[in-house]
Ligand binder design. Structure first.
Ligand code: GAL
Ligand code: CA
Length: 343
């Protein structure tokens, strides 16, 4: 009996030792190559596709500086379930850092659980998870921009234009009749941008009359369609179009062109992002202005942080806004300074 107990104890001891060794090994073998797995809420989104181009350039830059990186990009095409599966695939394929542009910013738990289980850190970007979810694990990061700032700057652009040009008040009633084209319901950049743009106009003493608003999911074609509906109702009464992004501002302009409105009847269009098309529209004055969403800065931050999390290099240069957050500042773009932004 005694012998049996001793044997059992010896076996248990062996198992414990083996386990300890295995854990030790895992910790020591920190990778020297950065395998980045990216999944994007919708790769047809103009701003995000431009951001991804910048991101790949940044990774090439790291490669040239002797940090070996590879990247796999997946398109969740609007489905959170697809994205959850993609994260598992990316981890199984050996990715050691994940960059996740959530489909549903309020639903990251499944992704966080899998990543945690495999100890693969996550950099969320562009679609900000709620703070509570960010606290689920200490290897979660966010790279993006402060939505409030973009709204305030858009409001300031509108204030400046209205003050400079009395013609904007077409019907001379002392009020600016406006409509809003909003991004997605539930997206931090949609709600907060609208709120702060309008707030800023109010605070600056501009009298406003809101005619209508429509959700167009950041999308140019949808925005054209919604704008045509609004034009059916308000005809030439609209004096200002505030769009949560450039694609929707351009879609609104498409609607006016499609319905053959003359130049004199066009409202002022203001966007956000400074996409390639958006900047061109500011340059040729079809859009009055935009707010630059610093995709280069965000791409650089995501790339550097990825490398830092895997191999510890480049970490010293990273500036966190607070704890695990990196916010890049927005800036105002008008015809006067657009050349600084055009490539
Ligand atoms: C915003 C951007 C939009 C759209 C959206 C997607 O920051 O301004 O154009 O890309 O993100 O989440
Ligand atoms: Ca008016």
């Amino acid at each position: 009996m005694k012998k049996k107990k001793l044997l059992a104890a010896a076996i248990v001891l062996c198992m414990v030792i083996q386990l300890l060794c295995a854990c030790g090994k895992q910790k020591i073998s920190m990778s020297d190559k950065v395998y980045v797995g990216v999944t994007c809420y919708d790769q047809n989104d103009t701003f995000l596709s431009e951001l991804l181009v910048c991101f790949k350039e940044e990774l090439n830059h790291l490669n040239k500086n002797g940090v070996e990186t590879t990247v796999t990009v997946k398109n969740a095409a609007g489905s959170q379930r697809t994205q959850n599966d993609q994260v598992k695939e990316l981890i199984n394929a050996g990715c050691n850092v994940l960059c996740v542009n959530l489909v549903d910013r309020a639903d990251p738990s499944e992704i966080i659980d899998v990543a945690k289980e495999h100890d693969v850190p996550i950099i969320f970007f562009n679609r900000e998870p709620v703070a509570e979810d960010m606290r689920q694990w200490d290897r979660l990061y966010y790279v993006g921009a402060d939505a409030k700032q973009s709204g305030v700057l858009q409001g300031e652009l509108a204030v400046e234009m209205i003050r400079q040009n009395s013609q904007i008040d077409h019907n001379k009633d002392g009020k600016i009749q406006y409509v809003v084209l909003e991004g997605e319901a539930g997206h931090q950049d949609a709600i907060i941008r609208t709120e702060n743009a309008v707030d800023t106009l109010n605070k600056n003493g501009i009298e406003l009359e809101k005619l209508s608003y429509q959700i167009a999911n950041w999308n140019r074609a949808q925005a054209q369609n919604r704008m045509e509906q609004m034009l059916g109702q308000y005809k030439n009464k609209i004096e200002l179009v505030l769009a949560n992004n450039d694609d929707m501002a351009l879609g609104a302009l498409d609607a006016y062109k499609n319905l053959n409105y003359t130049e004199a009847l066009l409202p002022v269009f203001i966007g956000i992002d400074g996409t390639d098309m958006g900047l061109k529209a500011v340059e040729d004055s079809s859009m009055a202005g935009t707010v630059y969403n610093d995709k280069e800065g965000q791409a650089r931050a995501i790339a550097k942080l990825s490398a830092a999390l895997v191999i510890g290099k480049e970490a010293e240069e990273i500036k966190f806004t607070n704890e695990n957050y990196i916010y890049l500042p927005y800036s105002k773009v008008t015809k006067e300074n657009v050349h600084e932004y055009l490539k």
